[in-house]
Every structure is written in structure tokens, then in C-alpha cells.
Design a protein around this ligand. Structure first.
Ligand code: SAH
Ligand code: DHB
Ligand code: MG
Length: 223
């Protein structure tokens, strides 16, 4: 078997980006501001951002939930898929990350349709469930990987038939294929994959995606 060619994979991602993701000053400023504020550069890639945007458009999403805001890069891609009267709620534990995201979303002209809720995502989701909030059309899970299975259970309680649930970082360079992954992020992602694969209320797939390493996203629709 030939070895996986990381350079080729990177070139292919750059090729796809050059075709389908035009240079965008708002997104470039988002990344620059997040870097200047000291946030880790762990946002989705440009091609992944475009994929998130397209999935949200295809789903016709009007009400979206994001778990893990960071500087609001994926938030920007998702919010751009919303109609003018749409709404995106994004959950972030770190007040510092949330402050950067707030600046970035305001600069992007998206502060009117996005809302950042600061605190533990599971607690925020339980509060929404307790308040009887209406279901979301689209949910993007991208916070701490050890919480993924818990977020899935809560996301399902905030879903309706047809809700799309997309989750980042579900391959972790293949570590999720180990029987008992050493890395806790990979363990969390593996448990998530097992949970969606077996779940009676979900139809799902995982797609490998190359960024700095081979990772991937999972896509599910609620039955
Ligand atoms: N979705 C972003 C990247 C998110 S990185 C993008 O692609 O642009 C993961 C984020 O989840 C970090 O900002 C981290 O602070 C946040 N996070 C970690 N644990 C969390 C928790 N328990 N509740 C809410 N957010 C959490
Ligand atoms: C990492 C990557 C991510 O996309 C994320 O959401 C969290 C962490 C990482 O590679 O460490
Ligand atoms: Mg991620």
C-alpha cells in the first residue's frame, strides 16, 4: 500500500479552496483578530467552513445552534447561511474567546442574528430544554471532545425530525480507530461516532477531511 501523501492532501485542499472559497476580508480579519487576541488557531478550515455553509443552506436552516464558538469563524460561515430573520445561538465556555467572537461577529455585520451564550455548553443546553425552547434546524458540535456524547443527547432534545447535526474532529488522524485511544479527545470522538452509528433516531455518515492532519466531520439527520 502506498503511504498517505500529506503534501498532496494539502495541495488538494488548497486547490478546492482556490476554486470554491474566494478571498474574504471579513474571514481574514476574523482569523487575524483571533490570533492577535491569543486564541488557538483551531477553527475549521476555509473549505470546511464552506461545507458548513452549504449544509446549512441545503437544510434551509433558520434556527441554528453552535457548541464551541472560539473567535466566531465557523459562526460566521454558518450565520451567512441564515435568512435575514434567522437566528444562531453559539455556546462558549471562555469569556475571552466570547469577547473576541463578539468583536468579530459585529465586524462581520452578524451581531443582529447571532447570540453568544457564555458558560458551559451542557448547562446552556439544559437551560434551553428546561425553558421549552423551540427545536433547532441545524446544530454544529465543536467544543470539548470529551463532552461530545453528552452534547449529542442534549442536541437530540433540542431537535425535531429533519434537524441536521454536524460534528467536527471525529477522525483525529485515525486515532478513533484504536480500540482504546490514549488521547482523551480521540476517545470522546470515538464514543460519539459509536453513539451516532447505533442511534435509532439518527441517520449518519462521517467524512474524512484533511487539514493539518487527517480529521473529519460527522453528519447526521434526525429521523
Ligand atoms: N467552532 C470554532 C472552533 C471551536 S474550538 C470554529 O471552528 O471557528 C472549541 C471551543 O470550545 C473553544 O473556544 C473552547 O473554549 C470551547 N469549549 C470548550 N469546552 C467547552 C464547554 N464545556 N462549553 C462551551 N464551550 C467549550
Ligand atoms: C483541535 C481542533 C479542533 O477543530 C477543535 O475544535 C478543537 C481542538 C485540535 O486539533 O486540538
Ligand atoms: Mg473543531
Amino acid at each position: 500500500m502506498t503511504k498517505f501523501d500529506e503534501q498532496l492532501a494539502q495541495k488538494i485542499d488548497t486547490y478546492i479552496e482556490s476554486l470554491f472559497v474566494p478571498a474574504d476580508p471579513v474571514l481574514a480579519a476574523n482569523i487575524a483578530n483571533s490570533h492577535a487576541d491569543g486564541l488557538p488557531a483551531i477553527q475549521v478550515s476555509a473549505t470546511q467552513g464552506k461545507l458548513l455553509y452549504l449544509l446549512a443552506r441545503i437544510a434551509g436552516a433558520r434556527r441554528m445552534l453552535e457548541i464551541g464558538t472560539l473567535g466566531g469563524y465557523s459562526t460566521t460561515w454558518l450565520a451567512r447561511a441564515l435568512p435575514a430573520d434567522g437566528r444562531l445561538i453559539t455556546l462558549e465556555f471562555s469569556p475571552l474567546h466570547a469577547a473576541t467572537a463578539r468583536k468579530n461577529l459585529t465586524a462581520a455585520g452578524l451581531d443582529g442574528i447571532t447570540e453568544i451564550r457564555v458558560g458551559d455548553a451542557a448547562a446552556s443546553m439544559r437551560a434551553m430544554i428546561g425553558a421549552g425552547d423551540p427545536p433547532f434546524d441545524f446544530i454544529f458540535i465543536d467544543a470539548d471532545k470529551t463532552g461530545y456524547v453528552q452534547y449529542l443527547g442534549l442536541a437530540l432534545q433540542l431537535s425535531r425530525p429533519g434537524t441536521v447535526i454536524v460534528t467536527d474532529n471525529v477522525i483525529r488522524n485515525g486515532a478513533v480507530m484504536e480500540e482504546n485511544p490514549e488521547d482523551s479527545n480521540a476517545r470522546g470522538a470515538k464514543a460519539y461516532n459509536d453513539a451516532i452509528a447505533a442511534h435509532p433516531r439518527l441517520e449518519s455518515i462521517a467524512l474524512p477531511i484533511f487539514r493539518d492532519q487527517m480529521d473529519g466531520i460527522a453528519i447526521s439527520v434526525v429521523k
